[in-house]
Design a protein around this ligand. Sequence first.
Ligand code: NAG
Ligand code: NAG
Ligand code: NAG
Ligand code: NAG
Ligand code: NAG
Ligand code: NAG
Length: 370
Amino acid sequence: MELKLKPAALLLLLALWCCCSAQRIDYVSPHRGSYNGATRLTIVGDGFAQENQFQLNPADDTFGNRVTLVSDTLSVPCDVERDSTHGKQVMCYTRAMPKDQYVVHVSVDGVPIPDSSICGGNPKHYQCSFYTVPYRTPSIVSLDPVSGPPGTLVTARGWIFTDVYGSNTAVSSNGLDVRFLRSLPDKKLYRVTTIPDKLSMFQTFAEVTGVSPSNGSVMGGTLLTIQGRFFDQTDRPARVLVGGRPCEIQSVSDESITCRTARQDVDMKNMTVYPGGRGLKIELWNMTKPRHLIDIYNYDENTTGYWTNWIDSLPYAFPDIDYFSGRSKGFFVPPTSSNYTIYLNCDDRCDLYLSNSSRPEDKARTESLL
Ligand SMILES: *[C@@H]1O[C@H](CO)[C@@H](O)[C@H](O)[C@H]1NC(C)=O
Ligand SMILES: *[C@@H]1O[C@H](CO)[C@@H](O)[C@H](O)[C@H]1NC(C)=O
Ligand SMILES: *[C@@H]1O[C@H](CO)[C@@H](O)[C@H](O)[C@H]1NC(C)=O
Ligand SMILES: *[C@@H]1O[C@H](CO)[C@@H](O)[C@H](O)[C@H]1NC(C)=O
Ligand SMILES: *[C@@H]1O[C@H](CO)[C@@H](O)[C@H](O)[C@H]1NC(C)=O
Ligand SMILES: *[C@@H]1O[C@H](CO)[C@@H](O)[C@H](O)[C@H]1NC(C)=O
């Protein structure tokens, strides 16, 4: 009995020794990637867990291969892609990490591969290092326009690298075999929205193309049809105001809303404009040199050099023309009660008037903010 057991024990010990000595990391590819994560790393070596061959227990997070990228000050997990991982290769996606040099560490079933087995005992060797660098960080520095109806063509500028984004197309039109997974947008591209705690970079909106009939009773009850595009009630129900009064919705489709008008409020009769539409109306007069800013209030569409434009958002860069005057007006609808700071930046002079109501007649000049 004793004699028979010995070779079996010996064999087991040998097998164990083989397995552990084979665990090693040879190199990582690529060596450079994004600050903002989503760089796909391939780690080549031996003795990694065969992840795709069995169902892993998701509750036990030491099971299988764990990749950590370690700098002198930080340790950041790299999320393993199981389908592309086997005994000689681990594939993982980086997370956002500041600019630095990172050494690749792998734990197999909770046991770290020792430094002595990382790049032949030299873990900081270039072959086992990953650097986050600006020139491998896909980024977006500008977006134009920042709003429009669905289907608007948008131009994004930055380090783009490829036009393959999340699709299965093999190669980018510039010939590079890379795909865009995540970019680092410039912070100035984020805008607040009326949806609480949400930032966005692009705002879509519906369009109104017509209203019929164009007149009806002040006593209300007129069935109104509003034609347009992209009417949508995903975020909130459609709401129609006619002369500041709610128009009772009868039906809503993508391209038309019908509603029944309310009795017209007598107090509203002397209102000339109503909040509701988006944007600002800009009026400009070429070749004008007013002595005082206030003179511009007397300009109208008959003053020479007049032209006008609707703009969708601020800031707005005026065309590069000399000696022009301008007047922009619109409604500010605060998304929430708060203190707001409005910054004016103009050449040479400007003023801001605010009304304490929705009536332009109540406007008053604000204290200079420049
Ligand atoms: C009132 O509407 C009718 C029919 O839509 C139109 O013919 C008429 O010109 C409108 N009147 C005014 C003052 O807009
Ligand atoms: C609007 O009506 C009020 C009274 O309801 C009046 O005091 C005011 O002058 C009117 N404004 C205009 C612009 O007609
Ligand atoms: C501009 O001139 C036209 C034609 O003379 C006139 O009908 C219109 O009322 C004028 N507009 C203003 C704001 O004075
Ligand atoms: C005002 O100047 C701009 C830029 O030179 C020009 O495009 C526009 O046609 C001018 N408008 C008028 C009414 O003179
Ligand atoms: C707004 O400013 C006033 C005066 O400085 C201050 O009393 C108030 O608490 C501020 N409100 C908010 C919401 O910050
Ligand atoms: C708005 O300001 C005007 C003076 O410019 C004042 O007469 C009026 O009562 C104010 N209205 C409100 C709603 O505060």
